[in-house]
Ligand binder design. Structure first.
Ligand code: ANZ
Ligand code: ZN
Length: 779
């Protein structure tokens, strides 16, 4: 390395070092996993959520995730695993489209620009992405297979078109998935949503509810994520009970979890879109049309409307009036309930609002158990035990432009016909005006050359489906595509898939638990049942990062404290950014990214540079090197637990100790210490470690070296329990490394959330430290 950029030992220029090593990595890529020969036990599929490339640039939350995942991946590589760490872009969807509309640009052109921008930023993080396996979901070579996945589900009866009440956003002019609604508002634009009846495509995720729920138990996931999915799927065991509707041959079936309250029912209620409502409003009964009620201001004031019909319970009693009520959800249970105001809070509110009696006029109060009642109802053939789920089928129709066209043709003679697989992809045509029409139809409906086609079955004139599919379908299978991204005639290569999947660790954000993670599990399970993939669970191990805050406050545009990773990459460089993000706190808990902490890490990188890059004159030797063994053990253990923060502080301790003892070390002792230090540094500060390794005379590349081993006897009794007091009162106990000095003990104490909050964020005024036993902080 000669020439103008020759670095000097006294000056560390991170930008120069990083640029130089990244160029080398590009020229001479690190050995990567051999996808066709890797042993399943040796490969490590290190997956991290791929971003949707927004115009605003890479969010620091993403960068935080990537730094953690890359550090972990580099560590696994040094532990001998063949790491596969791909990256790509979730570039279809409403995010991109809405932004394109806002700035008046074509989504295709916008996506090309944002993807290029993201690629460059992601490259500058110094993460070991396997760019040879990049996927871009809006590319026809990718969405061809998204359409293929849809067709497999369609053939299996798991993709169905149904008229259904759907949630409509009057501002985005599109149907929203249940999950895109927060309260009664569109999560994207905060407009109050309305309801519409439309023909829509659904994926029958509910058919997998039981499986998805049961297998959660065996997944190595954070408990909170499992709980989240469990509640979201929402298994409810209860009964369907039939009520005889006067003057109708068909009973009205309700779903209840409390059959024992049957005798307390005073009315029945159905959702406003229930078939019984349609029937009663079609006749000339005494009721005003429920539709009229729904559309009128009256609907704001009263919780429901009587539909003029009555029904009798299975064990007799007075006829009960039937209402259409806003609180009955069409898509849950049977869309009908028995109202028991004496036992159920929501029923009580409704009864009061409608001026109904709260207790039944007649009927025997029952002390029978739910089981006894259920048995009696089943014997009489008037009810059945039933399990219901909160989970809804997954609405994937989008009346938008920027997505994969759903590969279906509508023929008057043949009905709904799937596009033959060999005709995929159904290309998304270029369209002048991509604005949603508001008619409920996608802008594609206006493109005659796209819409009019011939029926694949009968050859007659036919029309293409004009809905595109939900972006979450794109990301529900991308991890299957990564290893096979170079395969063009199949969605994935069977043998590679068998070798490389499942993902060994999936790193991402909590916000994806209910949707992306669930959808990916469903699609994988369905493809597994159809014989396309050998695994039923894509992500046996999931890890979710915590929230990063900035200087003690949540990052927000209005506060103006949003960290732009680009600024840091340009000023302090990737290594310092990576290490300082990871130093903020335990990765799964997040932490405070402050400029002060950043400066601390920057100083550490400079000290590390001087420690290694300066010449080392040999000392007398005989130095006890056990602190090196302890550091090797501690850093490895902490990385495995994703406690990168304490791993970095162990590294800082090692550097401090090495500096203090260096003059006494023999050449061999120094060599062992320096090499171990640089190897431990490599996952966190990959460029700096590469440079220092070369200066120590190590070969290219430090990232292909083995993680150092350590002498077990040196680390035995390595951990002690440190009692942490505040003002003399015991407030926490922490398991820490033996031999922490005063500063390190304080630092360890400050990693405790409780202690930090007791000290209200400030440093302690006075400290009493009993090594390996106690630290007492006096604020
Ligand atoms: C009578 C009753 C009495 C009920 C009582 C509860 C308590 P989970 O546990 O969430 O499944 N319900 C059934 N279908 C509904 C729908 N489509 N929209 C709104 N509410 C519905 O709740 C089941 C209970 O929610 C059912 O049991 C029903 O009210 C109501 F003391 O029946 B219950
Ligand atoms: Zn036909």
């Amino acid at each position: 390395m000669a020439g103008a950029h020759e670095p000097t030992a006294d000056r560390y220029d991170p930008i120069e070092v990083e640029t130089r090593w990244r160029a080398r990595w590009e020229r001479e890529p690190l050995p990567s996993v051999d996808l066709d020969h890797a042993e399943p036990a040796v490969k490590f599929y290190n997956l991290v959520e791929f971003p949707y490339p927004s115009a605003e640039g890479l969010h620091v939350g993403h960068v935080y995730t990537y730094c953690g995942a890359d550090t972990f991946g580099r560590y696994m590589r040094m532990r001998g695993r063949h790491v596969f760490q791909p990256m790509g872009f979730d570039s279809f969807g409403i995010h991109t489209e809405n932004y394109a509309l806002k700035v008046g640009e074509n989504p295709r052109a916008l996506t090309e620009r944002t993807v290029a921008n993201y690629r460059s930023l992601l490259g500058r993080l110094g993460a070991a992405w396997d760019w040879d396996h990049e996927v871009v979901t809006s590319d026809p070579s990718y969405y061809r297979w998204t359409q293929w996945v849809f067709l497999q589900l369609f053939r299996a009866g798991l993709a169905v078109r149904e008229e259904a009440p759907v949630v409509w956003c009057p501002s985005c002019l599109t149907v929203l998935a249940h999950e895109q609604v927060e309260g009664d508002r569109c999560e994207r634009c905060d407009t109050r949503v309305t309801e519409r009846l439309m023909l829509q495509w659904f994926l029958r995720i509910t058919a997998y509810a039981e499986q998805l729920l049961d297998r959660l138990d065996v997944l190595d996931w954070p408990e909170a994520a499992k709980r989240g999915q469990r509640e979201w799927i929402g298994r409810s065991r209860g009964m369907e009970i039939d009520f005889a509707v006067e003057g109708s041959p068909d009973p009205l079936t309700v779903f209840t979890t409390r059959p024992d309250t049957l005798y307390g029912a005073t009315y029945l209620a159905v959702s406003p879109t229930h078939p019984l409502v349609e029937a009663s409003t079609a006749g000339d009964g005494p009721v005003a049309s429920v539709r009229d009620w729904l559309g009128s201001p009256e609907a704001e004031r009263t919780p429901g409307v009587a539909i003029g019909a009555f029904a009798r319970g299975p064990f007799g009693g007075e006829p009960l009036p039937i209402f259409a009520a806003g609180y009955v959800v069409a898509a849950y249970g049977t869309g009908a309930v028995m109202g028991v105001p004496a036992h159920d809070e929501r029923d009580l509110v409704f009864a009061r609002g409608m001026g109904l009696p709260v207790a039944p006029a007649s009927g025997q109060p029952s002390a029978a158990s739910p089981e006894a009642i259920a048995d009696r109802l089943e014997e009489a053939g008037l009810g059945r035990r039933a399990t219901r789920y909160r989970l809804h089928d997954w609405l994937i129709s989008r009346q938008r432009y920027w997505g994969p066209p759903i590969p279906i043709v509508h023929c008057d003679a043949c009905g709904i016909v799937p596009v033959p697989e060999e005709d995929l992809p159904v290309l998304l045509p270029d369209v002048e005006d991509v604005r949603p029409t508001g008619s409920g139809l996608s802008p594609l409906a206006a493109v005659e050359s796209f819409v009019s086609t011939t029926c694949p079955t009968c050859g007659g004139p036919a029309r293409r489906e004009t809905d595109v599919s939900d972006t979450f379908l794109d990301s529900a299978w991308y991890f299957l595509r990564f290893p096979s991204s170079d395969v063009s005639d199949r969605p994935w290569d069977q043998e590679r898939t068998a070798r490389m999947l499942p993902v060994d660790q999936y790193a991402g954000g909590k916000e994806h638990v209910m949707r992306h993670h669930l959808y990916a599990r469903f699609v994988t399970a369905a493809l597994h049942d159809l014989g396309h993939v050998p695994i039923a669970e894509p992500f046996p191990r999931l890890r979710l990062h915590g929230l990063l805050i900035k200087d003690g406050a949540k990052m927000s545009k209005s506060r103006g404290n949003v960290v732009d990773p680009d600024d840091y990459l340009r000023t302090v460089g990737a290594d310092a950014l990576r290490a300082s993000l990871l130093f903020c706190g335990p990765w799964e808990e997040g932490g405070d990214f402050s400029d002060r902490a950043l400066q601390g890490v920057v100083r550490f990188t400079r000290r590390a540079w001087r420690l290694i890059a300066d010449d080392h004159p040999s000392g007398p030797g005989g130095v006890d090197l056990r602190p090196v063994d302890r550091a090797v053990a501690a850093v490895g253990r902490d990385i495995e637990r994703l406690k990168f923060n304490t791993a970095i502080s162990a590294l800082m301790d090692l550097a401090r100790w090495a500096r203090a003892n260096r003059a006494a070390m023999s050449a061999d002792e120094w060599s062992r210490t320096a090499r171990a230090f640089v190897l431990l540094l490599a996952p966190f500060a990959p460029h700096l470690a590469e440079e220092l390794w070369a200066r120590l005379g190590g070969g290219y590349s430090v990232h292909a070296e083995a993680w150092p081993s350590f002498d077990r006897s040196a680390v035995e009794d390595d951990e002690v329990t440190l009692v942490v007091q505040v003002n003399g009162r015991v407030r926490d106990r922490l398991v820490v490394r033996r031999g922490l000095d005063r500063d390190a003990a304080i630092e360890a104490a400050m990693t405790s959330e409780r202690i930090r909050s007791l000290l209200e964020g400030g440093p302690p005024l006075r400290v009493v430290h009993v090594p390996d036993r106690l630290v007492n902080l006096i604020p």
